[in-house]
Design a protein around this ligand. Structure first.
Ligand SMILES: Cc1cc2nc3c(=O)[nH]c(=O)nc-3n(C[C@H](O)[C@H](O)[C@H](O)COP(=O)(O)O)c2cc1C
Length: 190
């Protein structure tokens, strides 16, 4: 079946927004990608899903590397602009600089990275796979940093949300876990 980008059922997903920085044929650029996931610990791999005709895909195809900057809660404007324009037509990096965004040079790859993001990971491409109407690029993390005081922005139902410590759902109580463990004994596979 087909599910369009604004299908109300797929809007139940909840994600980060990765601000993906690249350099290559289209020049230094940045795009917004909600499909940004950590998919392996050892080695540490991050997967992003990008349309094949985007500037980001063209850049990665050439350079074989990309930066993942997880948007902080005050970086919603970067997500909207990174997603609104294509690097094929607009120098988004210069636009962002004029808006006061600070970039720094990555240590292990040639792209720029975004200051103030919740997490910055430098990735070298290890695999790419066409999946439906997007290409999954998987990169091995070669450098990573994060600031625990900066909270990641949350993306859900087409809107940006804030994580709030006051809204934490308590973990299940030890009493409940102990009770369930007793019940689970009945269902142990032999
Ligand atoms: C919040 C948000 C999340 C997005 N997530 C994705 C995504 O995961 N994959 C994708 O291909 N496009 C995604 N987009 C759309 C791209 O960011 C958009 O097509 C962008 O213009 C591509 O830029 P580029 O051509 O410079 O690479 C998203 C847009 C927004 C606003």
């Amino acid at each position: 079946m087909e599910l369009s980008w604004n299908d109300r059922r797929t809007r139940q997903f909840l994600t980060n927004v990765g601000l993906i920085t690249t350099d290559g044929r289209c020049g230094p650029s940045v795009m917004a990608a909600e499909w940004t996931h950590h998919v392996s610990y050892s080695p540490s791999l991050i997967a992003i899903n990008v349309r094949g005709d985007d500037a980001t895909a063209e850049n990665i195809n050439q350079s074989k590397e990309f930066g993942v900057n997880l948007a902080a809660e005050d970086q919603n404007i970067l997500c909207s602009l990174g997603g609104r324009y294509t690097g094929k037509e607009l120098d988004k990096i210069s636009l962002f600089k004029e808006l006061g965004i600070i970039f720094y040079k990555a240590k292990s790859i040639k792209t720029l990275m975004i200051r103030g993001a919740a997490m910055n990971a430098e990735c070298k491409l290890v695999k790419q796979e066409g999946l439906g109407d997007h290409i999954m690029f998987v990169g091995e993390v070669t450098e990573i940093s994060s600031d625990e005081n900066i909270k990641p922005l949350v993306y859900h139902n087409g809107r940006y949300w804030r994580l709030d410590d006051n809204n934490k759902i308590p973990r299940p109580s030890q009493e409940l876990l102990d009770k369930v463990e007793e019940i689970a004994k009945k269902y142990v596979k032999v």
